[in-house]
Design a protein around this ligand. Structure first.
Ligand code: COA
Length: 200
């Protein structure tokens, strides 16, 4: 892999926001790519809030991703994953997404994490992180989130389905099932102990 530097973005990365927006705009023009467009101000706000991951190659932006909270931090979306074309195929998207995943887990450990994607690469990356595909009914119902899709070239499809279906696949990482599994294991070991207890 090329010598990329991957960071949780900070104030010093604010000047890169216009290049991030250009990269998202260029990628959204490719047919079949469902990408929400963002303004420079929006990208800057994510950087200021400590909710963005940036990859640099020397002094150029190579890739970017940000996180957004919904329904009072019940859900966290990882969005806007982008790798500039000249840097693709190096495992960079996976490295950025991992960084964003750990950032979201640190900041919002009980939140369900989700994303929408048309990209096979992103589906692969998400699956490796423990995300599973779900219908849109499992995602946030916050209208502000779905409003964010308005700038996507396929928004009319989403609108016609009442936010139930679109070209994107929804994927979710739910931290809760592991806890349930643990409880189930704990209770089954208890019952095992019970059954091995000598009868009185
Ligand atoms: C999707 C995107 C982020 C992938 O970036 P990348 O740095 O090339 O991806 P990686 O090198 O980390 O690849 C991760 C995995 O996906 C696979 N992959 C990458 N591009 C792929 C493609 N076009 N089709 C199928 N698989 C692909 C890789 O082979 C790798 O899998 P492997 O480890 O099993 O070999 C990049 O192509 C992009 O910016 N596209 C436009 C914007 C976009 O669609 N963003 C996603 C929005 S949800």
């Amino acid at each position: 892999m090329k010598p990329f530097q991957i960071f949780t973005a900070t104030q010093e990365h604010l000047p890169y926001a216009p290049a991030v927006v250009d990269a998202i705009n260029d990628a959204s023009k490719v047919k079949g790519t469902g990408l929400a467009l963002r303004t420079v101000e929006y990208i800057e706000s994510k950087i200021r809030e400590g909710k963005a991951v940036i990859a640099l190659y020397h002094d150029q932006v190579a890739g970017f991703c940000y996180i957004e909270c919904w329904e009072h931090q019940r859900y966290v979306a990882t969005s806007g994953l982008i790798v500039r074309p000249e840097f693709r195929g190096n495992g960079l998207a996976e490295a950025i997404k991992k960084e964003a995943f750990h950032l979201a887990r640190r900041k919002f450990p009980t939140a369900k994490m989700f994303g929408l994607t048309t990209s096979l690469a992103v589906m692969k990356i998400n699956s490796r992180l423990g995300f599973v595909p779900v219908t849109f009914t499992e995602l946030t119902t916050d209208p502000e989130f779905w409003k964010g899709c308005e700038s996507c070239q396929y928004f009319d499809v989403l609108e016609r389905s009442g936010n139930k279906n679109c070209l994107c696949t929804g994927m979710i990482f739910d931290p809760a099932p592991k806890q349930k599994q643990w409880k189930r294991k704990k209770s089954s070991s208890l019952s095992l102990e019970d059954s091995t207890r000598p009868m009185q």
